[in-house]
Design a protein around this ligand. Structure first.
Ligand SMILES: *Cc1c(COP(=O)(O)O)cnc(C)c1O
Length: 471
C-alpha cells in the first residue's frame, strides 16, 4: 500500500465524523444535509493537505468541530447590528435612523398580524393606506393633506412626474444638488419627464430670475434644500416665501424639497435651528417633501405634504403604486409620528434626537468609564486616551454643524510601523461578533461615544479582542 493510499484510508469517513458530539450538535442546529456538506469540505481539505505535504491527518472530532465552527460563522446574518462609533448619528451606510421602541413594537405587530392597512374600520369597507398617517402628518405640519412613498427621492420623483411631465421645472443653479449615490437633481428631473429650466447662477439667484422663467409651459417651481453643502461669500438665494408669492400669482405650484425635514425646532434641543416642515408649509409652498429616516428618526420613507388638490393628483399617478410602502414601515412611521405629539418626552424616546442632543459632559463621563476597559482589551501595543471630538448629524442634515463630543483615541504605542498595526486594530474591531465601526483620523482609531448607549454590551463584545496577545 502506497503512502498516499494509506493517508487516504486514515482520513475519517463522513459516517464516522457524523457520530461525533460536535456533528450531532451541528445536525440538530443546521440539519443533516448542510452538516454533511460541511464535513465533506473538511475531508476534502484534509485530503488536499496530505497531497501537498506532511500535514497531520485530522481526527473525526477535529473535522466535526471545524464543520460546526464554519456553519456557525456562515449562519451569522448579513444584516448584523454594529456599534456605530463613527460620530455620524445618521450614517447612511449604517442604516441611518435607529428606530424608537414604540416604532419597533408597532412594526413587529404589523409583521406578525393582519392589520387594517387598507380597510376602513368605521365604514367596514376598503380604505387607503395613507389614512394611517395622514391625520398625524397634517397635525404635525399644518398641511392640508399628506402622502407617503418609499423615500424622499421617490417623493421628489413622483411630484416632478405628476406636475411637470412634459413641462418646465424651474430651479436655481445654486440648488442643482447631488446627494450621493445616483440622486442628482437634473437626472431625477429627466427621469420624471420634466424639462429643467435653470435660473440664476451658482452663487446668486434673484426673484427676477424666477419671474423671467415662468411661462405657459411651467409645470412647477422647485426649491431644494442644499443639504450637504453650503455656498458662502457673495451669495443670494430667494426665500421660499418670496418664490411662493410669485408662484401663486402665476398659478404655478411651488415644491420645497427640504431633504431632512425636521418636525421640531432643533434649537430647543441645543442644536442649530433648522427650518421645520411646519415653517416651510406656512411660508406658502404648495408641496413640501422630506425624508423619514433623517432628522425625523423613523424608517426609510418620503413624505409629501401640502395642498389637497395636488396630493390627490399625486395619488392618481400610477407611479404612486410603484413607490408605495409596506405595512411594516407604515406601522413604524405611525408610531414614530405619535411620539412627536409629546414634545417634552421626545428626546428621551426618539433615539435620533436623544443621540443628537446628548450632552458632551455625559459622553465624556462614558469615556472615563470605558477607557481602562478598552485599554485592557487592546493590550499594551496600543495607547488609549480620551479625546474631545466632533460628531456630525449626517445624511446631509445640518452639514456644516458639528456637535462637540468625546471619544477614545487608540494609537500604536511607539512610533515604528504604526500604519499596519493600526489597520490591524481597525480590522480586529470590525471582526468582532458585533462589529465596532469607528473612524481613522491623525494616525489614531477614533471611537466617538455619542451613539453608544449599551456600554455593558459593548464591553462584553470586546472580550475576544486581546490584540496585545496576538503575535
Ligand atoms: C436626502 C435628500 C433627498 C433624498 O432623500 P432620501 O430619503 O434619502 O431618498 C432628497 N433631497 C434632499 C434635499 C435631500 O437632502
Amino acid at each position: 500500500m502506497g503512502v498516499r493510499t494509506s493517508i487516504l484510508s486514515r482520513i475519517p469517513s463522513v459516517d464516522e465524523i457524523l457520530k461525533t458530539d460536535a456533528a450531532r450538535v451541528a445536525v440538530a442546529r443546521f440539519g443533516r444535509p448542510r452538516v454533511v456538506a460541511a464535513i465533506r469540505r473538511g475531508t476534502d481539505a484534509a485530503r488536499q493537505a496530505s497531497d501537498t505535504g506532511d500535514a497531520p491527518v485530522p481526527g473525526p472530532d477535529a473535522i466535526a468541530a471545524a464543520a460546526l465552527a464554519w456553519l456557525e460563522a456562515d449562519a451569522r446574518p448579513n444584516a448584523r447590528p454594529v456599534f456605530n462609533l463613527t460620530g455620524t448619528v445618521l450614517h447612511t451606510n449604517l442604516g441611518r435612523a435607529v428606530l424608537a421602541e414604540a416604532a419597533v413594537e408597532a412594526a413587529t405587530v404589523a409583521m406578525r398580524e393582519a392589520i387594517a392597512l387598507e380597510f376602513d374600520l368605521v365604514q367596514g369597507k376598503r380604505g387607503e393606506r395613507d389614512a394611517l398617517v395622514r391625520g398625524l402628518l397634517c397635525d404635525l405640519t399644518g398641511a392640508e393633506d399628506a402622502t407617503v412613498v418609499n423615500n424622499n427621492a421617490a417623493a421628489v420623483l413622483l411630484t416632478l412626474n405628476t406636475l411637470a411631465k412634459g413641462r418646465d421645472a424651474i430651479v436655481s443653479r445654486g440648488e442643482l444638488i447631488e446627494i450621493g449615490g445616483a440622486f442628482r437633481m437634473p437626472e431625477i428631473m429627466a427621469r420624471a419627464g420634466a424639462r429643467l429650466v435653470e435660473v440664476g447662477t451658482t452663487n446668486r439667484t434673484h426673484e427676477k430670475d424666477y419671474a423671467a422663467a415662468i411661462g405657459p409651459k411651467t409645470g412647477l417651481i422647485l426649491k431644494v434644500h442644499t443639504s450637504n453643502y453650503r455656498i458662502e461669500g457673495f451669495t443670494r438665494s430667494v426665500p421660499a416665501k418670496a418664490i411662493a408669492a410669485l408662484a401663486r400669482a402665476s398659478h404655478v405650484p411651488l415644491l420645497n424639497d427640504l431633504g431632512s425635514g425636521t418636525l421640531v425646532d432643533l434649537a430647543r434641543h441645543g442644536l442649530a435651528h433648522e427650518q421645520t416642515v411646519r415653517e416651510a408649509v406656512a411660508e406658502g409652498a404648495d408641496l413640501v417633501t422630506f425624508s423619514g429616516d433623517k432628522l425625523l428618526g423613523g424608517p426609510q420613507a418620503g413624505f409629501i405634504v401640502g395642498r389637497r388638490d395636488l396630493i390627490a393628483r399625486l395619488n392618481r399617478n400610477p407611479m404612486k403604486r410603484a413607490l408605495r410602502i409596506d405595512k411594516i414601515r407604515l406601522a413604524a412611521i405611525e408610531a414614530t409620528l405619535r411620539l412627536y405629539r409629546d414634545p417634552d418626552r421626545l428626546a428621551e424616546r426618539l433615539p435620533t434626537l436623544r443621540m443628537m442632543a446628548r450632552p458632551c459632559a455625559d459622553i465624556a463621563a462614558a469615556a472615563e468609564r470605558l477607557l481602562p476597559k478598552i485599554a485592557a482589551a487592546v493590550g499594551p501595543r496600543f495607547e488609549a486616551g480620551i479625546v474631545a471630538c466632533d460628531s456630525q448629524i449626517g445624511s446631509g442634515a445640518l452639514p456644516t454643524e458639528t456637535i462637540a463630543s468625546a471619544g477614545i483615541a487608540l494609537r500604536v504605542a511607539g512610533a515604528k510601523s504604526s500604519g499596519r498595526a493600526l489597520a490591524a486594530l481597525v480590522t480586529a474591531f470590525r471582526e468582532l461578533e458585533r462589529p465596532v465601526i469607528g473612524r481613522v483620523e491623525n494616525d489614531a482609531f477614533m471611537l466617538d461615544l455619542r451613539c453608544l448607549e449599551d456600554e455593558a454590551g459593548f464591553l462584553r463584545n470586546l472580550s475576544p479582542l486581546r490584540i496585545g496577545e496576538r503575535g
